[in-house]
Design a protein around this ligand. Structure first.
Ligand code: HEM
Length: 445
């Protein structure tokens, strides 16, 4: 490993068999990468890895690759991206999708009877998979028709590294490979019988572009399985860790409950979904929001990747060569003392609160080092949905239930690396919790 700089090491060069990989670790250089999105692009990875991940056919591949980086005007990937960004931006569509997700969760709170026990990660995984997909795809959602697909999706997700490496996936990852085929067929059926009015704006927008670009229903089904990674794989571990951090800290839980009371985010999923300020929840519940941001700082450990389309000089100092790959590891930037201060290793739920700012004597974090959702033109379009989902679901649980660890002590599990396509890895073991109606609430609603 060599460094392109003399002092601190803001950029490393790793010589791999396939060429060079530049590893960018300085927030300023990451900003420079973002500013050069025409030369250092995200979309080539969609073309390079997408086919391996989803298994779509050659014709679809040609459609995906045409004008991939906007060389000659728009292309499929750019048009689909724009549709997703618009449908998930703060506004009516996002509000409707979040409400629909929330309303679905009522069914899954049936497990939360007094003195019941659940495995918290398993419960979160099942509930969020069922509810998010129902909100996006409507009543004909394949997961609704066959809840066994929840396990199928996660078999597929576990197999992603082998699918991406493309080394005999049928032999080395048979479960994940078969799960992908099964899910693609279910989504093919869904799109053959598609009724736009029943699905969320994001699915309508994608379906519109898929049809306009003549993608067949089978390949629409295959592509949709890839989209599910974006929808589910990071959000679910993030929600789990948010609940873990809040429930394991008695002062934090009490302060967040006060905040939820004050802003009216208490009660059943129906009650919370009817709060007219749902979209503004991050502003009206700053402590819960700051906790969520800190969860992502500590637990988002993936690595944003870019492909260099032409030679580019960063900050007049670092020459990056065409054809090479840039990696921007979140784990490095999220643990940088210069960006976050001496207590970088501690989980500080109040770190992102405005009143902690430098003007009040607090350490002002360098937010350029905050990368859970990537950055630049390809920044995660699902970030607002993930944030609202997490905050609203946490509000439903916090306002009505007490959770205690069955083994007597809260131990926040470590994360196990899932796949190259995941940024927030799941816990290496589950946590069994006992559920009780929140003290002072009486019978749960
Ligand atoms: C905690 C939850 C989430 C995290 C940490 C996360 C993180 C990311 C990251 C790091 C990227 C790559 C961006 C880049 O390199 O600049 C990405 C892309 C993407 N994410 Fe998310 N994501 C989350 C939730 C979601 C959700 C809920 C959706 C959809 C409903 C979604 C849809 C997507 C899509 C479609 C892309 C590809 C963007 C493109 O085509 O340019 N994500 N996400």
């Amino acid at each position: 490993m060599t460094s392109s700089a003399k002092c601190k090491l803001p950029i490393y060069t790793l010589n791999m068999l396939s060429g060079k990989v530049y590893i960018v670790t300085s927030p300023d250089l990451v900003n420079a990468v973002n500013r050069n999105s025409k030369k250092i692009a995200f979309n080539p990875f969609i073309a390079m890895l997408g086919k391996r991940i989803t298994g779509h056919d050659e014709d679809t591949s040609r459609i995906v690759q045409h004008n991939l980086n906007g060389e000659n005007g728009p292309g499929y990937v750019i048009d689909v991206h724009d549709r997703i960004v618009i449908s998930l931006a703060p506004g009516k569509d996002l509000e409707q999708t979040t409400k629909a997700m929330l309303l679905q969760t009522s069914t899954y709170f049936e497990a939360f009877t007094t003195d019941a026990e659940v495995n918290l990660f398993e419960w979160t995984r099942y509930t969020v998979t069922m509810c998010s997909t129902r909100a996006l795809y409507g009543p004909e959602n394949p997961f609704n028709r066959n809840p066994k697909f929840v396990d199928s999706f996660w078999h597929f997700d576990h197999a992603l590294n082998i699918l991406i490496a493309n080394v005999l996936p049928r032999i080395f990852a048979p479960k994940g490979y078969c799960a992908r085929v099964e899910l693609a067929a279910a989504f093919q059926h869904y799109f053959e019988n598609y009724s736009p009015g029943q699905s969320a704006a994001m699915v309508q927008g994608r379906h519109f572009e898929n049809t306009r670009y003549s993608i067949t229903p089978l390949n629409q089904g295959r592509l949709e399985v890839g989209t599910l990674i974006g929808v589910l794989a990071n959000t679910i571990p993030s929600i789990f860790y948010t609940l873990m951090h809040i429930y394991s800290d008695p002062i934090l839980i009490s302060d967040i409950r006060d905040e939820l009371e004050t802003s009216g985010f208490v009660g059943t999923p129906e009650d919370i979904s009817q709060n007219p300020g749902l979209l503004a929840m991050p502003e009206s519940c700053p402590l819960l929001h700051s906790t969520w941001q800190e969860v992502l700082r500590v637990h988002a450990l993936g690595s944003g990747a870019r492909y260099i389309l032409e030679d580019v000089m960063l900050e007049d100092n670092f020459l990056l060569r065409k054809g090479m790959v840039v990696q921007m590891p979140m784990a490095v930037m999220h643990s940088d003392v210069a960006a976050w201060g001496d207590h970088v290793k501690d989980f500080q739920p109040r770190r992102f609160l405005k009143q902690n700012s430098a003007s009040r004597g607090g350490f002002k974090p360098n937010l350029s080092a905050y990368r859970p959702f990537g950055g630049g033109v390809s920044m995660c379009p699902g970030r607002h949905f993930a944030t609202l989902q997490t905050m609203a679901l946490a509000a439903c649980i916090l306002s009505r239930f007490d959770l205690t660890p069955v083994d007597g002590q809260w131990n926040i599990p470590r994360q196990k690396q899932e796949s190259l396509a995941t940024n927030v890895f799941p816990p290496d073991k589950d946590v069994r919790v006992r559920i009780a109606t929140r003290k002072g609430l009486g019978a749960s609603k």
